[in-house]
Design a protein around this ligand. Structure first.
Ligand code: GLN
Length: 378
């Protein structure tokens, strides 16, 4: 056997969740809610099944769901998306990212990513023969030097990947930064993959951002989104990809042979549920309260809470407690204090010498209170 990804092991999310379960520790590591989705939504799934929506959905996605998504973009950003030419329903955000990379990355192509970066990007780029060009950003502000990024762009740069809001940093790139990126890419052959799976989880008055509202970016972008984050249903594995017709055509050629189509009753149910766009409006407030519960609860602790404008992740600097490496300290907290987190170094090609752990606050308030009690004793 010739291994295609010899340096890749089991993902840090699976590792830490497995350890948390074995240790019966509070699991704030992998990003998933520990509360249920709205029963009205699960009832809509049963209803869709009972009504006979049990065979293949159209390859590009159920029409009602595509129309619901198009409506969302119109209401939130006042942009028009063509539901038949520019939008494909996928089996989750990760599959959309995989297919987008399969669509455009070939041998020798360079792909710029910003570290800390979501763990699927680099191995997927490499699988298709691409070369990862990491831009390393550091705590606490993870600032991007666009002039430096400009020096990395050449005729081999096939793609830039951004994740906005960013997992794990919690940063949101606003209009100004996105326009800088637009200027940088204008006139080049470089495409953009904008991973917007945490799009609606933005706090403190920060507005949702999508590159679809920036014409210079939209014409060269795959935009990826996820219903798991939106509806507290990470196990349903449904997301989508928006891209200009020319890119979508190529994306679908690959989509049809690795997924073909995505499960029907859930698509029908989500479409029905999201007809009421107010649900989306209320989501940010719901998560902002959870962020604040954790953040305020840690004010007197020895952890330093880093800023978080979006996503459901908060970063904790533990340099006042220990100089231990992040992986070791995260393991120690799980086994000795029964709380599981993610070492930030997992998101870098080469571990940093920072002391930062990521915690997920998509948890019941009682779970967050337990976490606060544990962390205050450390
Ligand atoms: N996106 C989730 C996180 O960052 C994990 C998803 C996964 O385990 N693949 O925690």
């Amino acid at each position: 056997l010739i291994a295609k990804l010899p340096h890749v092991g089991t993902s840090i999310f699976t590792q830490m969740t497995t350890l948390a379960n074995a240790e019966q520790a509070l699991n704030l590591s992998q990003g998933f809610p520990d509360f249920e989705t709205d029963p009205r939504l699960t009832q809509l799934v049963s209803a869709a099944m009972e009504k006979g929506h049990n065979q293949y959905a159209p390859m590009i996605g159920a029409q009602s769901l595509r129309e619901t998504i198009v409506n969302k973009y119109k209401v939130v950003y006042d942009v028009d998306v063509d539901p038949s030419e520019e939008l494909t329903i996928t089996a989750g955000g990760t599959q959309a990212i995989f297919t987008a990379l399969a669509t455009v990355v070939g041998a020798g192509d360079e792909v710029i990513i910003f570290e800390p970066a979501y763990d699927s990007y680099a191995p997927t780029i490499e699988l298709f023969g691409g070369k990862v060009i990491p831009v390393r950003l550091l705590a606490p502000d993870f600032q991007i030097d666009w002039d430096y990024v400009a020096t990395l762009i050449n005729e081999k740069t096939r793609l830039v990947i951004i994740n906005n809001p960013n997992n794990p940093t919690g940063k949101v790139l606003g209009n100004e930064e996105l326009n800088k990126l637009g200027k940088l890419l204008e006139g080049t052959g470089t495409l953009l993959l904008s991973d917007e799976v945490y799009e609606h989880l933005v706090f403190d008055g920060v507005e949702p951002q999508s590159v679809l509202s920036i014409p210079a970016l939209r014409e060269r972008s795959f935009v990826v989104a996820s219903f798991g984050k939106l509806l507290h249903t990470t196990g349903w594995k449904i997301g989508y990809c928006v891209a200009p017709a020319m890119l979508t055509r190529e994306f679908r050629k690959i989509h049809q042979f690795n997924v073909f189509s995505v499960n029907t009753p859930m698509q029908i149910a989500i479409a029905e549920y999201l007809k009421d766009i107010a649900y989306i409006d209320n989501l940010a407030g719901f998560f902002e309260k959870k962020r604040d519960l954790l953040k305020n609860g840690l004010k007197e602790s020895r952890f330093k809470v880093l800023p978080c404008e979006g996503t459901y992740f908060l970063n904790l600097d533990y340099s006042a407690i220990s100089q231990e490496k992040e992986f070791d300290f995260a393991r120690y907290l799980t086994t000795h204090h029964k709380i599981a987190t993610i070492p930030l170094s997992a998101f870098y090609k080469q571990a940093t010498d920072q002391q930062v752990l990521r915690v997920c606050f998509a948890k019941q308030d009682v779970t967050l209170s337990e976490a606060v009690a544990i962390l205050n004793k450390i």
